[in-house]
Design a protein around this ligand. Sequence first.
Ligand SMILES: Nc1ccn([C@@H]2O[C@H](COP(=O)(O)OP(=O)(O)OP(=O)(O)O)[C@@H](O)[C@H]2O)c(=O)n1
Ligand SMILES: O=P([O-])([O-])O[C@@H]1[C@@H](O)[C@H](O)[C@@H](O)[C@H](O)[C@@H]1O
Length: 428
Amino acid sequence: MVLASPAPEGQLQTLVAGVPLVLRAALALEGAGASRIFLVVSAEDASSAANLAKDPRLGVQVSVITAASWEAGVAQVCEGAAGPLLITSAHMVADPAIYRRLMETSLNKRDAAAACRNGRALGPLFVTPALGSQLFHESTTVVSSDDATSSASFAAAVDALIASGKAISMDVGARWAVRVDTTEGRRLAEDALLEACRKPVDGLVARYINRPVSLAVSRRLAGVGITPNAVTLATLAIALGGAVVASRGGYGPMLLGAVCLQVSSVLDGVDGELARLRFQGSPLGQWLDTVSDDLSTLAFYGGITIGLLRGSASSGEALLSTESVIACGVVAMVTLALTSAQYYAELWRLGAGDFYALEWDFAETGGGLRTRVVRLARLLLKRDLFTLLYLVLALAGALPIALLLGAAGHSVTLAAATARTLRRRPAS
Ligand SMILES: Nc1ccn([C@@H]2O[C@H](COP(=O)(O)OP(=O)(O)OP(=O)(O)O)[C@@H](O)[C@H]2O)c(=O)n1
Ligand SMILES: O=P([O-])([O-])O[C@@H]1[C@@H](O)[C@H](O)[C@@H](O)[C@H](O)[C@@H]1O
């Protein structure tokens, strides 16, 4: 059971990366495993809190508690609680792992666990109902309700709890936790939230080139109404448009086609970043993202195959014979389609649309020679890398090589996907 404390009056709706701060706190607590949330607010904030509590992104029940003071509201919740509570200020934007770790702490030996950095309390406190009610009942000085920096004085009170031995101090280590009651604090929180949108599976190009750009775009779009799904469809439209242009043939159109594929590959990060930043991820979005990646690549091969057959020598057509262009184009498209079909079937059975919901050998850390080879091959065959490579080849007027590499690369992934499907086929 968890409690999110109020922001000072009127600040419930302050946006942090596109989400009202109190809603962000509630969603983060839910993500960390909170099964119920009590939101303590003043009478003036009650109706806007009630609206935020109805947000469709929330999966847990949020009860709004109206109280004359923060302490009175917290004490009221503690008194009715059956198990430990996590008390935090809506002003705190933190890595959900901090809340998760606090909630996992056993309160058998002490009555509370506090999130700390360098020995100082940050604010979030996991506490037994008994200590919680005692703290907020008896010690009216814990947080003075007319104190503008109530979360700071709350942290000071938690420091005192640690000093008296009643609370365990849990060091948050490198995890981030930022107070957002200042413009600077909100900026730092947005930086941390955006950084947390990176995916551990990002390839080298994604990590060092694509993400810095897509994160800058997401920062600007976070407060705008555009949905992740709309961004996914826009990235697909850019790639398909590029493929149509490339099919006209010639150096310029085919280069533009490769530029469009690269732009869509960079913007491909924005949809997921917005989904994670604003808690707007969805099964439909996962599927759209996966299918749009594959359709974009497939259309590119189609576009350049037609373009090479139609074009002049300016795009390196002489590098491959007409028959080889057709053969490589067809092999690249068919192997990509057959690979995707197998992954889609597995994803469908799993009830997920996210390519990374599948279990992958290359996701294992360490491992023997085979795992290392698979991991290296996977890194080389990743979309972020080959998309950039195709752009370089288009610039060099050597796009037939892209078709050749596409045919070879997707044949390898088809072989791996087929072996995987056969391995996983249930024994009859
Ligand atoms: N319209 C969208 C797009 C993406 N997502 C979520 O975001 C993830 C993708 O995150 P992102 O940062 O965009 O990763 P990509 O760069 O697209 O990498 P990949 O496609 O290889 O997963 C999806 O799996 C899905 O969980 C979503 O919910 N809705
Ligand atoms: O992980 P990665 O190679 O960068 O990219 C993946 C593709 O390889 C895969 O075909 C597609 O279905 C996924 O959505 C994702 O785009």
